[in-house]
Ligand binder design. Sequence first.
Ligand SMILES: [Zn+2]
Length: 497
Amino acid sequence: MGDHRREFPEQEQKVTSHHGDRRTFLQQAASVGLAVGTGDWCRALAAPIPSTKIRGSVVSGKKPLAGVRVSDGLRVVHTDASGDFRIRVGPDSGPFLFVTTPSGHWTDSFYVATSAAARQRPVFRLKPRAADPSHRLVYMTDVHLSEGNSSESVKRMKRTIDEINGLDPLPDACWVGGDISLDHREGPRYVELVSRLKMPVRHSVGNHEFQLKTGDPLGRFRQLFGPTYYSWDIGGLHCITLDGCHLDTTGGKPGRVIGQFGRRELQWLAADLAAVPRGMTTVVAVHIPLASNYPPRRGTTAEKSPQWIITNAGQAIDQLKAHGVKLVLQGHLHENQRMMQSGIEFVESVSVCGTWWAAKSGEREDATSGEPRGYRLVDWSGERLIHHYRGSAESRVDAAGEIVGRPGKLPANKAADLLVNIFDGTDTTRVRAQIDSRPPVTLKPSSRGRHFGDLQAAHHWSWTIPSSDLSTGKHQATIRIEEPGRPRQEFTHRFTS
Ligand SMILES: [Zn+2]
């Protein structure tokens, strides 16, 4: 893939002007919505939605856009040849009326309060974006701004954002996977940070966006970013942001946030998928995972620990499978873990905050399975879609893995029992290791790895080196990694015995 800026000078200009719009839009939202806490937005979202038919239109530049999908969070309709749409709404509608921004166009103002749209004809104004055959998204999740080592969290997030702005090719959009820390009132500071990104941003809601003790637990998220589930198209890819966070009130008062889809969200998902043009590749992002082996690695089950996984994910997974969805990006658990289920790859993607910003100044910040904090890049061209993990900024490690503990010295002439962490490894990853020029051995996955409390770390392999391979002196370990469909990788580690 080439350099967008060099090959498409027009795009740079458009992205920059759009960047200005987004900064203003987000900062206005932050100052009005969060500082005041009430206002037009709150009133509009709290207002009842009358049973009526909304008429509106979608334009890009000055041109009406035909065939654009518009939804009330339940039903999905299309604009006609004049760019006009009609949608029936009512008390069963979601709080927002939103447009699925089509490929080649963009707006941050992709939603309005449904009750407001029922009173005044909505017009969604999009801007054209330059076309490019190759595309990239950056998926960045679990920001947890100000948690842990608070001042480090802001400094390190700035470095990550500068790094993303310097990626080549520059991502078309940044998809934030939730847990911004709106429950800690970090909205304005987060908005200031994310406004620095050169590319547009879409947000997922996380459990740390809920203000549990208020009458409007999602008020801050909705005021800043709009609907908690919606879809958007970019570069021929259909992207679905799911919510799946549910405030558990079984004790009679707001308790904790658990993973559970509401009925309306599942009905909307079916309507959204049905409206996707045949053959269009679809990617889903959701904060709390639909599928993960995290609960058993924590010695529990999904039923016992619904805060870690969506308990009624089956219906959504069936819909995604029926529609040929290949990739689901997930957050919440602060580690990389990839698994295939129902022909779909479910990826828990590393947290950008590692282990809630636990590291002190100068230390590397690692996620719960020991991989450095970072994000995931999704690249696609036509139907070919690949993704990979990338450690970030001060915590970046260029190698695809490391020997746990990074030992500089191993006892001479004694067998050594090591663990190898392949940062984004999965059960089809083949790991081979050798000392100096001795014959390589194939490693077995290990359940011994622990990096975070009692959590059995993902993607660790066990390596027992016989005493005969550890004669007194300098040695080099070479680890080779192969996985079907991915480039081979290798890294080395030097030590003495
Ligand atoms: Zn979370």
